[in-house]
Design a protein around this ligand. Sequence first.
Ligand SMILES: C[S@@+](CC[C@H](N)C(=O)[O-])C[C@H]1O[C@@H](n2cnc3c(N)ncnc32)[C@H](O)[C@@H]1O
Length: 277
Amino acid sequence: MRPALLRRAINRTKRAVNDAKLFALPHNYPGVRLTPKRVLNYWLVRWEQRRGHVRLRGYPLVLTVESTNVCNLRCPACFTGDGQTGRPKSMLPLPVYERLLGELGDRLLQIEFYNWGESLLNKNVCTMIRGAADKGISTIISSNLSFPMDDARAEEIVRSGLHVLGVSLDGATQAVYEQYRVRGDINLVFENVRKIAAAKERLRSSTPDLVYEYHLFPHNLHEIEAARARALELGMTLMVSKGWVAGPDWDEKGEFKRRLQAGAGPVRLSVEPRHRA
Ligand SMILES: C[S@@+](CC[C@H](N)C(=O)[O-])C[C@H]1O[C@@H](n2cnc3c(N)ncnc32)[C@H](O)[C@@H]1O
């Protein structure tokens, strides 16, 4: 075959493979129930995205629900932590959430129940999660878990049907952890993780998956191995990613990849500098 014909055949095959990929099923949404409505909407959204449509007929695939913009910690690189949000502190009213769920829920793949506040401070958040999980939507939350929690609350979280609970834990000891999680108490966090793990056992529930979210900064690089051991002991998956800071990137030379390790299941970690010295 002549080179030009061969090139054309290769390009045509590449295009066909890409088009076929468009119709793959959505993955990476733990616990989602794939109904025909969800799958068709997913394909429509991807099609519109591929074609660069600006008038959209597809519905959102993922919704971020900020159940509150209040937070108990004062993390220095967070808008809430350093008081920059400029909005009144409030809780999302349940009826507003229910309206959103009614409007979008049949097509949503996932709801992220967190953004800039501490969602578990909203006493209705488990009811919100329950409503989404009952509709077959994947649910995920990130929490600092650094507040008093009793066994009843731990059971409520498990019973809500939450699929993934990320716990913001950038250290393995109080001295390192509190440098970013200002006002946080690492032992309280560990105690709460144990309560939730015990509630999962009592209720014979495999969810939520517990994730040790370790954001990497210069001050905590040396505690990753200790965090790995702690995560293993607590039955958590360790996820390490580069932490952002206010001002210039701390990793000036780009030595660390943005996401170093992720995934469900047992602890998996190897923190690898992008360029070895
Ligand atoms: C602003 S927090 C609010 C949610 C919740 N209060 C918490 O602490 O997880 C939302 C997400 O941003 C992450 N986060 C906070 N500061 C970060 C940083 N400097 N770099 C990367 N991620 C950060 C948190 O770990 C969490 O997963």
